[in-house]
Design a protein around this ligand. Sequence first.
Ligand SMILES: Nc1ncnc2c1ncn2[C@@H]1O[C@H](COP(=O)(O)OP(=O)(O)OP(=O)(O)O)[C@@H](O)[C@H]1O
Ligand SMILES: [Mg+2]
Length: 500
Amino acid sequence: MSNQALVSLEHISKSFPGVKALNDISIDFLPGRVHVLLGENGAGKSTIIKVISGVYQADEGNLLLRGVKEKFTNTRESLAKGISIIHQELSVISDLTIAENIFLGREPKTAFKTIDKKRMNQETAKLLESLDLKLNPNTYIRRLTNGDKQMVEIARAVSQNSSMVIMDEPTSSLSEKEVAALFKVINSLRADGVAIIYISHRLKEIRAIGDDITILRDGNVVLTTPLSEITEEEMVNKMVGREMTQFYFRAENAIKDEIVLDVKGLSRKGVFHDISFQLKRGEILGVAGLIGAGRTEVMRAIFGADPIDAGSIQLYGEPFQPKSVDDAVSAGIGLVPEDRRGQGLLLDKDVALNTTLASLFVKSNKGLIDFDWEKTASEEYVVKMRTKTPSIRQRIKNLSGGNQQKVVIARWLLAGSKILILDEPTRGIDVNAKAEIYNLMKEFVEAGCSIIMVSSDLPEILGVADRVMVMREGTVSGFLDISEASEEKIMGLSSLGGNK
Ligand SMILES: Nc1ncnc2c1ncn2[C@@H]1O[C@H](COP(=O)(O)OP(=O)(O)OP(=O)(O)O)[C@@H](O)[C@H]1O
Ligand SMILES: [Mg+2]
């Protein structure tokens, strides 16, 4: 019986108002195997793991644990039966330390029934070491980078000694080094016979770590197969349901000889130093660099979200000193932030409001929203961007991750931004939606606008940018014209030492 599935789904269906998220899903998850779930944004991946872990209950079908029917009504129950989950969105608590987060709800006790802090910290230290993390167990979560927060989530899940560990896009905010550490952990979990469910949109990564793969489309299983029996191209075609002929889109002759943005010597103490670059009309400037190089911080300063200590910005030849985000928005600058849930979205509001948010000050009359306009405009963008939502009245938090991102991008397109700053715009976005976003970017620059795109995805930078600015440790380490750029050259400029 060693090949018995640890968890089986049998004919599972699950609907939300207006959406059939899962339709007759049957999958076996085996011990000692990494089972990948792949599918477009909104295909149902997160819903599957939420049904397994008891966040949602299925409308129909059975969940079997080692062949026995189970019904979990919350994650505490599934955890008690050995199922750990790392959610797509961070769930660590900012005001607790790393150790407190890891042992939350199961703190070791002393003989006097008080919390055994010493043991908690010791065990956390051991755990962090096994993940190659140089962090102090007593550090507060709020002081960590997103990547480190994600690693703490992973550490917590791993420390629960579960027989199944579920990871929903665990690597979307991790650096390459952290991904390597995570893969080491996954390999040792697999060797211990743990069943792993792994969700990611990164095909290379899936290939590197997966044993089996189930491809989903619109809530249906398209196929389940060992990864050794499928090519990347087949994966993509199965997932989008047609042959993808073009992925990257590039505008021809969009660049005009006019400098729209001229940044000189921009500095912010301890964050970035002496940043200078220019952006032309119709240009897409890619900004590459390692996580932590200061790319996001520079963009936030240009957007008026953070102050600067020195330097100047010229916009269309005029001095530009944004005191706030409103100044930047009025001047025609839009920013799609890296952390869309934290900074980009009003989660409890609907798609319509989230789409029109940056345009409201133009379109509202004496403080009243023009609802007809709101409806028409947001519906237009739902169609244009193929955003998957039952209606524009759906709360944004109920959309899948990638579809939320489309709404934030739509917001700035609608607001008529002339300069769009995109910070990791396609993180967590499926291949098809990515291609749609690249195409929208092309149309945007063809219409005479300009884009700065911060991205850690080098093929993406090489695929769509006209020029690349590379940052390293808070400074600009070089520029590459796209005709001379390569992954090797960008990496060389990104890392210390600066050699190839
Ligand atoms: N609580 C909810 N209320 C309403 N609709 C929901 C809810 N949760 C998910 N959905 C819908 O169910 C469908 C499947 O969503 P799910 O989050 O499982 O997609 P996903 O495959 O994880 O996508 P992504 O790659 O973007 O994370 C989507 O259409 C989504 O909008
Ligand atoms: Mg998801």
